[in-house]
Design a protein around this ligand. Sequence first.
Ligand SMILES: [Zn+2]
Length: 230
Amino acid sequence: MPASMGLAASTKKERLATEQDRGEPRRVQLRHESRLTAVEYVKQKAWEGASLQQCPLHPEGGCGIARHGTYVRVEPPGMEIARWYCKPGHTTFSLLPDCLAAKLSSTLAAVETVVDAVERRESSIEALAEKLRPDIGVQGAVRWVRRRVVAITLAMVALKGLQPDVLSGVGATQGEVRAALKVDAVLAAARELAGTQVAHLPPYVGFGARHRGVKTAKRRAQHQAGADPP
Ligand SMILES: [Zn+2]
């Protein structure tokens, strides 16, 4: 995404604030547990099979929660997300499949590929960024790469906190966590491992806010990402 990201984010916040003033429903993201890739999910229209057994706000039932259509994601093309609406709770629930990043127009697999390239020092971050995003200029492309590295570092740190038994002594890089979990797709596995805490895990893996520890993780990630290969 280009340098106007900050502006877009603040515009979005303003829009959300306005919607809340107008009394529009609160939006909550939940997991649609699915092993499908994004391409398979679109091809099978797997959102049609997504189901919400009970209302998270009213597990005792009786609130009349009902399907509320879908919303369309820009990326990948054709992707739709199943949605429910609880009227008494004035809340919509969208079921995000495990193949998709939260709060980012991308798949988790695509984010994982970018972060891998940085962690493996395949080239300098500038060269890598130019290769991945030739359309937005070097500075914008470097920020695009770093946002991903920072977000995933934060998610890995948070995951280690949630799963000390499994991940104590493991570094907070995607590669180290992947090796420790013995999986191929570590970000989707991380989302699963987070369990109900996925609501609090930082994006793009989790559905939580992105504030905590941002500065420290950013410094660490920039230090890592900035180093040229030996
Ligand atoms: Zn409800």
